[in-house]
Design a protein around this ligand. Sequence first.
Ligand code: AHG
Ligand code: MN
Ligand code: MN
Length: 352
Amino acid sequence: MSLPAAQPTLTGAAMTEDRKILTLQQFISSEEKLHPEATGEFSQLMRDISLAARIVSREVNRAGLSFILGEANLINVQGESVQKLDVYAENAFLSALRLGGMVGVYGSEEQDDVVPLAECDQRHGKYAVLIDPLDGSSNIDVNVSIGTIFSIYKRISVQGAGNLEDCLQPGLQQVAAGYVLYGSSTMLVYTTGNGVNGFTLEPSLGEFILSHPGLKLPAKPRFYSINQAVMADVSEGLKDYIVDVEARNASVDKPLLNARYIGSLVADFHRNLLQGGIFIYPGTQKKPQGKLRLMYEANPMAFLIEQAGGMATDGRRRIMDIAPEALHQRTPLFIGNSSEVERVMSFIVKNG
Ligand code: AHG
Ligand code: MN
Ligand code: MN
């Protein structure tokens, strides 16, 4: 049995052919040139994020060998057991941003309170970063794709280190948002409000290469993502929507919407972004606000999906309009093709 040919890795020679290979660094610089007032600080911040992403990617791909699987015997502010890779990712992003000096305050799923940075140097540190350093923790030990989600604001405070107020801004104030997907390949997907672009890590070069320019949701959704296990506990309107999906599927030969639910928001979101769909993490009778966090899961994904032509609500309100009250506050999330998000909302409005 002949083995499949190994995927050719990009080498120097390949890099010089006239292939349109644009690295993330080149892309960031070209975007910076579009803003004459740019100081280069945002570009530096993106480089810091890219560095941390590559460090985490290397570790994720080695996890089996570096014995960092399994519980870290720590419990985070969410009351969830923290996996070692969560701690590793948290440390990688926090130190890259602290050393980079562009961030004045850092809010993370893994930290009870915001972390002021760049205390001494007020010239720098003009950004606030909210982050879920390792999304999909429950999938680490079963080798399923996981990710990092980040959201970037300009600070409100101008003196000294940043504070909680800098972090609790509505999603509409984001200057950038994105995620890293540690899957069969590692991708960085982000927006600065000028469309969505995807970069794939070329490990042989250690560079993110532009692979998905100008990402837009396909007009026709293909998937619906929801944890079927909670359906008994959700609103009547959402139950009616799922019945509606099943009826639409039954009315044609091949299902219109296939069910796909990975348990890592970044992976479910990425598949739906590329192939069309809706992801739902609802509130339930027991947990009316659901599970996902507004500041570092829902808001950044909402910015991305709107930039890609879709919609994100909490079932009634636009996610990015929500005025945050707490760093770790949760929100129900309905996100994806506008046609499906509007459809489920119509059932919720009608039947509660
Ligand atoms: P995190 O690992 O950062 O806590 O996020 C996990 C989230 C999200 O990635 C995923 O969509 C959701 O939890 C899955 O939750 P259930 O296991 O309750 O379905
Ligand atoms: Mn998460
Ligand atoms: Mn997480």
